[in-house]
Design a protein around this ligand. Sequence first.
Ligand code: NAP
Length: 491
Amino acid sequence: MGNDNFRVVVIGAGMSGILAGIKLQEAGYGNISIYEKAVRIGGTWRENTYPGLTCDVPSHHYTYSFERNPDWTRHLPPGGEIQAYFEDVTSKYKVDRLIRFNSEIVEASFRDGAWDLELSDGSTDRANVVIAATGVLHHPGTPDISGMDSFEGALFHSARWDHSVALEGKRVGVIGMGSTGVQIISALSERGVDVRHFVRNPQWIMPVENGYFTEEERAAFRADPQALDDAMDFAGYTEAVEAYTHALTNPDSEMALTMSQACRDNLEQNVHDPALREQLLPDHQPFCKRLIFSPDYYQAIQRDNARLVRSDIERIENNGIRTRDGKLHELDVIVLATGFRADQFMRPMRIHGRDGMDLETLWARRPTAYLAVTMPGFPNFFMLNGPNGPVGNFSLIEIAEQQWRYIAQLLAKLRSGECSEVEPSREALEEFDRERIEAAKKTIWYTGGCQSWYLDAEGIPASWPWSFSRFVDAMSEPHWEHFRLRKGESG
Ligand code: NAP
């Protein structure tokens, strides 16, 4: 039975917010709203619709643990199928009835034991608990390239794909060689579109296979959940995730060397022209940036309709991109696959905690949170996929589920009335941050010597710097001595 006086507000109806909606209902919370600024659920998977969009986590591992999907068509899930999966889950678990679309929260203030919320349309709400499920990569990073406004063709960011622009017969320039740029080039090259890839720093690519599930296999998964579980090979997957995090956190380990060699062999064996190979050779160690998994980029860039441009961009002109070597690359379309502002999280929301504390003060140096979930001075405010959580090449769904196990225990104390406010101590955050930063400096993201969105403004990797199993352990039960539980009037 729900306790209708205890109100929980979730911000964001992407993967994490939907999870929160399901888990809260399951646990009997009866007074829940999910505020979503857009008009559809889906977060990342709603906003990214570019050609070739694929998640690099194996399909059957990119689902909620409690809602497997026998119907994936590919070994790596295509973006459209992921969005459809989340829409199905939202309706099956009746999360849709909790969501208020077109509702952007602009300010949250903790006053007299509860959170006052203000929306962009001026309306307000008040809740005992706020769960920020606002995502990690959702503010497009638009580069500051001179002349961008002068371009007379179509120009858009990869996360704002303009599907009204037909690409066939056009000259398309794609800027950026992260996972996004690589997937776009692969897809457009295969379609025969005339593409030029503007790459400032080439990245390492791990080969990966991306086959199809046959109709027979999908029927077998539908008929027998055990067949699906067997195919998922949990033991093998967990071992692979551990090995991967081991390689990241121990750059000299045998595993790191083996995986690095796989990237080097991929380049060596699959790019035939030595001059092109040289141009695609990164100047940093593999793994130093988030590793790109691609089955076909090297084939794609070697097609006659694709071209790599390694000279840096000087400016954008009305009819194309001028590179530093003086050459003008005439284009009809420019795609900015230039990434995201990964330090934003729930910003630009203004968040005021207890006693005048505000988020911008706490985060003046870097986004930070105790165990990635809670912050001192912000009672009853919890984050899913907040700062300093694991963001390697693993499933953020699994990470959100682990974090939920932890948050559920904090919530239970509030709902039972054992306390009315829960927040970590400042010392707990400081100690966590100290250890985290020390460990982060030993990871390949730091020692490998390259720029990436994993690094904060001071060049410190912002991600979880330990093994995945350490994260699972940390999420299993709160260390209550690190928390302040207060009892008082709320509501
Ligand atoms: P990204 O990894 O941050 O890559 C951005 C690219 O744009 C880099 O190559 C960067 O070059 C380039 N760039 C930025 N500004 C530039 C400028 N002014 N001139 C030239 N080049 C410029 O972004 P992303 O590819 O969108 O990927 C972001 C993250 O999204 C990924 O790491 C991943 O977490 C997620 N993602 C995942 C998948 C998946 O398969 N699961 C797919 C897509 C995205 P420099 O390296 O020189 O800075």
